[in-house]
Design a protein around this ligand. Structure first.
Ligand SMILES: [Zn+2]
Length: 544
């Protein structure tokens, strides 16, 4: 089997983060998952000169909004409004470079409805009478985020429809020991309801083929989960639910029902990518960028906890549309991120919001630490002590010593911007750095962990070289200084997707121009410059 070299793939790329649910703000666990990963990836692709559309938006229809609003005793619409503001503020504060954040508006609504109407008109859905948890006291069906119980597959506590631990779906009345998520004393009975479903079994062959094609490039946990789900009978996918919250389903067979909110996310992605493209200067109709003739590739970043929907349910719906739309090529999952070795929990107050950490710690330092410790392959944890140690001892401390040594040499040269020669060895080292970072930032190997680790390693290496030159004039050792300045430029360029404020300051100082074309550092000489410093960690921040 010949593996493609995605590094040579210059097709435009659609980068999608999962639409955050507006039932609260954004904590560091959310941020360390798909949003920072999507941002770093999008920034690298842009630096490589590729057309990128990076988008997201909120998914207001989720039952999790209704459940959270009831627990808080607030109006769900109001919760959506305030949460959306907090989410957008968090994305901005962390520098997440979405080209557009699609509002939950009429175009969103129309795009979703059209997507399902077409499938309905093509006869893709079936009517099924199913047994759903029902709360006699309120006269409501309890599904999805409104109900929890034990997962029938792994026996951990999970919500209706999907287990966030094993990622298997559970259907209808399969939850063991079901209870309300608003008040666990409320134990539902079951009642029959006639809903529309997509018979997933009819897509087994296509799902298997799609999955086997991409499995070599996806992270192992996702591959294992998909194989496990495919090894069992595929559960019917509920298209509608008899609920009061969500988008009204436009089908005559299911009056008063709403669409399954999870399933909005693909047409929502079509809508947000079109919305975001318009912000980059390209007007399209929703879905247009997903047509095969656009020759685009889709890269999806998401938490493992909802990967069943993205990797299987959403794909079956796309397949039900025939060959009309392209399918995601890269589906990158992350695991849970913990806070001080304990799961983030808003209800228990064990939470650290993006805004709160950024009040204490400069953004680049947080971004580097999140990139380094992001839960790409397994559960990892954020610790304040870890953050202080890494950014103090391995990032800001050594970088600033390196930058100061270079700055001093430039100042001692009297401010004349003489250019320094670069040797073949210096060019070769810069090219090796560029190539290695391309491996870390590019699919299928993409890993923020490894890119961040490589940044720290290169700071150490170049710091050692700088220490040997410290005190010597540029005119005394022009070749050695030339090679070092070129490599520092290269390091600033390859760090730019993560250390965004340092990169902006470096651009101002003439450190590099923000472009990472192959061969960018294959130059005969280099103009020395004083590299910007990183902010240091405030003393108190690591000591709580
Ligand atoms: Zn489970």
């Amino acid at each position: 089997m010949t593996h493609p070299r995605p590094a040579e793939d210059d097709r435009p790329v659609l980068v999608l983060g999962p639409n955050p649910t507006p039932n609260g703000g954004m904590h560091l666990g959310h941020m360390a998952g798909p949003y920072l990963a999507g941002d770093v990836y999008a920034r690298y692709q842009r630096a490589r000169g590729r057309k990128v559309v990076f988008s997201t938006g909120t998914d207001d229809s989720q039952t999790f909004v209704l459940a959270s609003a009831r627990r808080l005793g607030t109006d769900p619409q109001e919760l959506c409004r305030t949460s959306t503001e907090l989410i957008r503020e968090a994305l901005d504060a962390m520098g997440i470079s979405v080209d557009g954040f699609g509002p939950f508006d009429e175009t969103y609504h129309a795009t979703v409805i059209d997507y399902f109407r077409e499938l309905h008109a093509a006869g893709k859905f079936r009517l099924r009478t199913v047994r759903l948890p029902y709360l006699e006291r309120t006269g409501e069906f309890l599904v999805e985020g409104m109900v929890e119980g034990e997962c029938p597959v792994c026996l951990t506590t999970c919500r209706g429809g999907l287990c966030e631990t094993c990622c298997h779906p559970n259907n209808f009345d399969e939850l063991i020991n079901p209870r309300s998520t608003v008040d666990p004393r409320d134990v539902p009975t079951v009642r029959e309801a006639t809903i529309l479903v997509l018979p997933m079994e009819e897509y087994r062959e296509q799902l298997t083929a799609y999955h086997e094609k991409w499995a070599p490039y996806w992270r192992p946990h996702l591959v294992q989960m998909v194989r496990d789900v495919l090894s069992r009978p595929l559960l019917d996918l509920p298209i509608t639910y008899p609920l009061s919250w969500g988008m009204a389903a436009p089908f005559p067979e299911t009056p008063g029902q709403v669409l399954n909110a999870w399933l909005e996310l693909i047409p929502a992605g079509m809508y947000t990518s079109s919305y975001a493209a318009a912000r980059t200067g390209r007007e399209t109709t929703p879905g247009q960028l997903w047509l095969p003739e656009e020759d685009t590739r889709i890269v999806h970043f998401l938490g493992f906890d909802n990967a069943y929907f993205f990797a299987l349910a959403h794909m079956a719906l796309l397949m039900a549309h025939g060959d009309r739309y392209i399918r995601p090529e890269s589906v990158l999952t992350n695991e849970f991120y913990e806070l001080e070795s304990e799961k983030f929990s808003t209800s228990k107050g064990h939470v650290l919001s993006v805004q709160d950490i950024l009040k204490e710690v400069p953004r680049d330092l947080v971004r580097l630490y999140l990139a380094l410790t992001a839960p790409e392959y397994q559960r990892t944890t954020f610790t304040r002590a870890g953050l202080a140690k890494v950014v103090g001892e391995r990032l800001a401390g050594p970088w600033n010593r390196l930058a100061e040594t270079l700055g001093k040499a430039v100042a001692n040269a009297g401010g004349d911007t003489i250019s320094l020669p670069v040797s073949a060895t210096g060019r070769s080292l810069a090219a090796t750095m560029l190539e290695r970072f391309d491996f870390h930032y590019e699919m299928p190997n993409y890993s923020m962990n490894r890119a961040a680790e490589a940044i720290l390693a290169q700071i150490t290496r170049l710091g050692r070289i700088a220490a040997t030159l410290d005190g010597r004039g540029l005119d005394e050792e022009p070749d050695a200084w030339g090679d070092l300045f070129l490599q520092v430029r290269t390091l600033l360029a390859v760090s730019a997707p993560i250390l965004i404020d340092l990169a902006a300051a470096a651009r101002q100082a003439g450190g590099f121009d923000g472009v990472l074309a192959p061969g960018a550092f294959d130059v005969p000489d280099v103009v020395p410059f004083a590299p910007p410093l990183l902010p240091v960690m405030p003393d108190s921040a690591g000591e709580r």
